[in-house]
Design a protein around this ligand. Structure first.
Ligand code: 2M8
Length: 472
């Protein structure tokens, strides 16, 4: 632990040198703005981000992308609220409120809230696959039955800090019990191993759907790529199939959904026969960071921060005990079906840096890992932060979460570096991230060597987190 006690979650401890990054490509409006240097650069980028968010606003939420993801996604909404708080604070609160209106009676916050106005087939797998209406305790609106990393309490705290007015405080007060219920669901229903950590039951719950981290546990899920001939994938109609998960991945995704759905999304007895059970370092770091954020929110709304602080400390202790691998000096997911740590070194392992009470030994080891040739974090980054060890033989620079660079991950890691007193590294990461958008626009993800834009060209969390980075 740090000698002075954990710093506040809402306020990273170290100030950071600021500058707008160097563009990697001149093919976008942001590139022109960034090339000239000076304040006009960031105003051009800011306009691009606001235009992107405005175009993706849909009555009470922001779609991640009009084409690829036309409904509401859980952790997207949290990242989006962080950015909206800079420019449209009222929308930031509506974004979070609309998501939590779809919270289930058991406290789970579904990873997708379907927009009933959209045609059948607007996204696959749609409501007809999830059948949430058949489950008691599901909301009136159709949703998935999975969850995503609980970054919402942190988002609510940051949104309030950005616009600390009476309307924000009232919104925070309304959200607080729902955020507590979200944590309670995870702690009570998803601690499959009984070790104080949350278990994810589907790769989609991690948010890093086809990360190499899931290759080992996914290999044990029985499925055949050929089953996909019975379905029409929506994603490959809007993005290059070579940049997306494979048909075999999708066959397994659907098999795991069916297994969970056929148990009516009940979490008891998961250990007996659910095909995918993994403790993820990023998910659990978010779970711990949420308790730190809730402690601060409780203090603001007249609640008791004490129990949140105590739970935060327990989560950090469990993460270190169960997921830290002293041999590699990083955190690794644990496959509960084999009780082994997975071997792939992905960026998920760096995520516990966001915990302000991570012990110094692990912080130092993660900084070594972040600076290594695998991830290349530096005061002047030669290349963007990849999502997977770039020295691995199966590193794939184009395929989704198997190599490409994503702004939400960089944003989290940068936050962790600031929290633990590494402002120069945080500045390098920030410059690199801003440079990606300046060079290619608000893309969903970026080529980890060239910075070329990949996936959706108008992606909401990229725009939102860019706004946060620019104002920081
Ligand atoms: C991606 O995941 C969805 C499934 O949830 C998909 O591929 O269709 C992931 O990048 C996930 O992290 C993200 O929340 C979602 C929407 O942006 O897209």
């Amino acid at each position: 632990m740090t000698a002075a006690g954990p710093p506040s979650v809402g306020t990273p401890t170290a100030a950071e040198p600021s500058s707008v990054g160097t563009p990697t490509d001149a093919a976008s409006p942001g590139a022109d703005a960034a090339r000239t240097g000076g304040p006009a650069d960031s105003s051009g980028l800011r306009r691009l981000a606001v235009t992107t968010l405005d175009a993706n606003w849909e009555h009470d939420h922001t779609v991640p992308s009009r084409t690829l993801y036309p409904h509401q996604w859980s952790w997207d909404s949290a990242f989006i609220a962080i950015g909206l708080a800079h420019v449209r604070p009222e929308r930031a609160w509506r974004e979070l409120a609309s998501l939590f209106r779809a919270q289930w009676a058991d406290g789970r916050v579904p990873h997708i809230v379907f927009n009933p106005a959209l045609r059948v087939g607007a996204y696959f797998p749609g409501p007809e696959m999830w059948r949430s209406a058949d489950v008691p305790g599901a909301p009136a609106v159709a949703t998935s039955g999975l969850v995503q990393p609980p970054v919402h309490a942190l988002a609510a705290l940051l949104a309030y800090r950005r616009a600390p007015d009476p309307a924000g405080l009232a919104a925070l007060r309304r959200l607080y019990p729902a955020l507590v219920a979200q944590q309670r669901y995870l702690a009570e229903r998803r601690d499959v191993a009984g070790d104080g950590l949350v278990c994810v039951v589907h790769p989609w719950e991690s948010g890093l759907d086809n990360s190499p981290a899931w290759d080992e546990p996914m290999a044990a899920v029985p499925a055949e790529a050929a089953v996909m001939s019975a379905y029409r994938r929506h994603d490959t109609a809007h993005a290059d199939a070579a940049h997306r998960p494979t048909d075999l991945d999708y066959a397994r995704y659907l098999a795991i959904v069916a297994a969970y759905r056929d148990h009516r999304y009940a979490d008891r007895d998961l250990a007996a026969d659910h095909p995918f059970l993994v403790e993820c370092p990023l998910f659990n770091a978010a779970f711990g960071a949420a308790e730190h954020a809730l402690a601060e929110i409780a203090a603001l709304v007249g609640g008791d921060p004490g129990p949140h602080r105590a739970r935060a400390a327990q989560i950090t202790e469990a993460l270190v005990r169960r997921l830290y691998d002293p041999d590699t000096g990083t955190f690794q997911p644990r496959d509960l079906r084999t009780d082994r740590l997975v071997s792939a070194r992905t960026v998920l392992g760096l995520a516990p840096l966001i915990l302000p009470d991570l012990p110094t030994r692990q912080v130092d080891a993660l900084v070594v890992e972040a600076r290594s040739a695998r991830f290349g974090v530096a005061p002047r980054m030669a290349r963007p932060l990849p999502t997977y060890d770039r020295t691995a033989p199966d590193f794939e620079p184009l395929r989704y979460w198997r190599g490409p660079s994503w702004l939400n991950i960089g944003w989290l890691i940068r936050r962790g570096l600031l929290t633990h007193g590494h402002p120069e590294l945080a500045a390098g990461l920030r410059r690199s991230m801003v440079g990606l958008v300046a060079g290619a626009g608000c893309h969903e993800y970026f080529h980890p060597d060239t910075g070329a834009g990949l996936g959706s060209p108008a992606f909401s969390w990229t725009a939102a987190l860019l706004l946060d980075l620019l104002d920081d």
